[in-house]
Ligand binder design. Structure first.
Ligand SMILES: Nc1ncnc2c1ncn2[C@@H]1O[C@H](COP(=O)(O)OP(=O)(O)OP(=O)(O)O)[C@@H](O)[C@H]1O
Ligand SMILES: [Mg+2]
Length: 317
């Protein structure tokens, strides 16, 4: 049993299109390993190569160079496919089937017998909040409803690896929360997950590691736990009952905000915030909150993209 869920070595995709056989690099060179049980985020700007990577891993596109494995099986092989549940970026459905028929059909493709299919569908439809729409044809579904059925389909065979290409696109806030909860539940059960999404707050919340891809290459891979630790950008503390004079007199510089009867300070670290709180309480202030300011995945992403742009501009032409 392989403990490496996804392994890619020098994976590359060049699209050749049109009469003039124009070349587009979809994925420049990908080297990556995702461990069993890991939740791996894959983020990057539009056109950076996320869907290309995922399609290669799913065996839906042929690589131009390099190779990759899913749990030790070459991508595209039946053994690799059998391990994976996949929600495409633009799911294609058989319009005239109902949700129930569609899931049965898909279960049959996976070789599940009727009893197993019924049992699994009964678990999945409530999970994606679609029990009431089970007998409605897919062509009558909204985009968000299709996305939910797509997720149910991806989970039909209880796959060891679930690959989600923008699962939250087109979903309302409740739907987005649902996706997040489903991912967290899968994670608890030890399922490996690869998640591509533009909703960075969700990626940050559910993923163990996140790769940032730009221009067909991974620029960096970050552990979300390290994002919390190393990215500490100071600690914010807010107080009530402190006049401007008292606040200034504390000796912690100018407050960063003074509004609605509240004074907010930003200090460098936890030691400084302890001292600040002590001084403010002594001066008669009341502590409202203390919030560590940390680097968010979003700010890391923006920094990385700025660096990529700068490198691009500095390239000799
Ligand atoms: N079938 C194709 N033929 C030609 N070029 C393609 C094809 N599919 C993708 N590309 C190109 O490959 C690059 C990567 O596209 P890809 O779909 O992988 O991006 P993405 O990161 O998934 O973007 P998005 O966030 O918009 O979904 C783009 O420049 C795109 O134009
Ligand atoms: Mg995409």
């Amino acid at each position: 049993m392989s403990d490496i869920a996804i392994k890619a070595v020098g994976l590359r995709k060049v699209y050749v299109t049109g009469f003039l056989r124009k070349k587009f690099v979809g994925l420049s060179k990908l080297d990556v390993e995702v461990k069993r049980g890991e939740t791996f985020g894959y983020i990057g700007p539009n056109g950076s190569g996320k869907t290309t990577t995922i399609k290669l891993l799913m065996g839906l596109n042929f690589p131009t160079a390099g190779h990759a494995e899913i749990f030790g099986h070459p991508i595209g092989s039946m053994a690799a496919r059998a391990k994976v549940g996949y929600l495409p970026e633009r799911p294609y459905f058989y319009d005239y089937l109902t949700a129930l028929e569609f899931l049965h059909f898909y279960g049959q493709l996976l070789g599940m017998d009727k009893a197993a299919r019924v049992k699994r569908i009964d678990e999945l439809l409530p999970m994606v909040h679609m029990e009431r729409a089970r007998d409605i044809q897919l062509r009558k579904f909204s985009k968000g409803m299709l996305q939910r059925v797509g997720l149910a389909q991806a989970l039909m065979g209880e796959p060891e690896l679930v690959v989600l290409d923008e699962p939250s696109s087109g979903l309302d806030p409740m739907g987005r929360r649902l996706i997040r909860d489903v991912i967290l539940e899968l994670k608890r059960k030890g399922t490996t997950i690869m998640l591509s999404s533009h909703i960075l707050a969700d990626v940050e919340e559910v993923c163990d590691r996140v790769a940032i891809i730009a221009k067909g290459e991974i620029q960096q891979i970050t552990k979300t736990s390290e994002l919390v630790g190393h990215g500490l950008h100071g600690v914010e503390a807010a107080f009530e009952n402190l006049s401007s004079e008292l606040a200034l007199g504390l000796g912690f510089g100018e407050p960063t905000a003074h509004a609605h009867g509240r004074v907010t300070f930003l200090v460098e670290n936890h030691e400084r915030v302890n001292a600040l709180v002590r001084a403010a309480l002594e001066a008669g202030g009341a502590l409202i909150r203390v919030t560590p300011q940390r680097q968010s995945l979003e700010s890391l992403f923006v920094d990385e993209m700025t660096a990529v742009d700068r490198k691009d501009r500095e390239k000799p032409t």
